[in-house]
Design a protein around this ligand. Structure first.
Ligand code: PLP
Length: 222
């Protein structure tokens, strides 16, 4: 089932973007190990987790069996736990404040450990969502050379659609992130789209799409 669901979504995305098809990250947070095994048996290797600890518990030992595992951290980056990202996660999608960015770079440099990061942008301006507001993002982008690191590499911009899921507003937000990218950091990638809005994200030029429940079904772990 897991592989079939993945394939249906992947085919839809591919139809919308035959060239430059976005990468589909299978979000496995709060999914039991049986589901992960099923995904691995189906050949899936790219997973997203929002809790660092949960990701490590699930995938660290699997990495020996599946060396091509590609694990993305997708939730907000907490300064207190950043050090735990290194070793398993190749990407982190939720760097949402200057403090988090500074700490990520500091930890990467002191460990000489590679990580690629996305700056999370809060364009829906919902208080419950983390991320840079646009003006603060632009400040960071203008001075991004100050954040240069051999180990922590700026990879792109991430955003979440509005909680309402309203398609027109979702489209507007995704379009806005694409425009910000084009204007201020043209080589950056975009990470947007989840189960409810991945088609809109594909249409609006996302490079990474993060889908959980539409592939695995309901999340069951607490
Ligand atoms: C949980 C989560 C997803 C996936 O959500 P679904 O609606 O289950 O597809 C994507 N991105 C982030 C940041 C998440 O926390």
């Amino acid at each position: 089932m897991v592989k079939e669901n993945y394939q249906i979504i992947f085919d839809q995305i591919k139809r919308l973007r035959p060239e430059n098809t976005p990468k589909l990250i299978t979000v496995s947070k709060k999914q039991p190990q049986e589901k992960i095994s099923e995904a691995l048996d189906g050949g899936l290797r790219c997973f997203g987790e929002n809790q660092i600890k949960e990701g490590i518990e699930k995938f660290q030992s699997l990495k020996e069996i599946y060396p091509d595992l590609d694990i993305h951290h997708i939730g907000p980056v907490q300064t207190g736990t950043i050090r735990k990202l290194f070793g398993l996660f190749a990407f982190t999608h939720g760097v949402g404040s200057e403090n988090a960015l500074v700490e990520l770079i500091k930890q990467a440099n002191s460990r000489k450990a590679q990580i690629k990061y996305f700056l999370q942008v809060n364009l829906s301006l919902e208080g419950t969502k983390s991320g840079f507001e646009k003006v603060n993002l632009l400040k960071v982008l203008k001075s991004i050379s100050n954040y240069k690191s051999e180990f922590a590499e700026f990879h792109g911009l991430m955003t979440m659609g509005p909680s309402s899921g309203e398609p027109a507003l979702t489209k507007k937000i995704f379009k806005e992130l694409n425009q910000i990218r084009n204007e201020f950091c043209p080589s950056a990638k975009l990470s947007m789209g989840m189960s409810g809005d991945y088609q809109i994200a594909a249409e609006e030029g996302s490079d990474y799409i993060r889908v959980g429940s539409a592939i695995f079904g309901e999340r069951i772990l607490r």
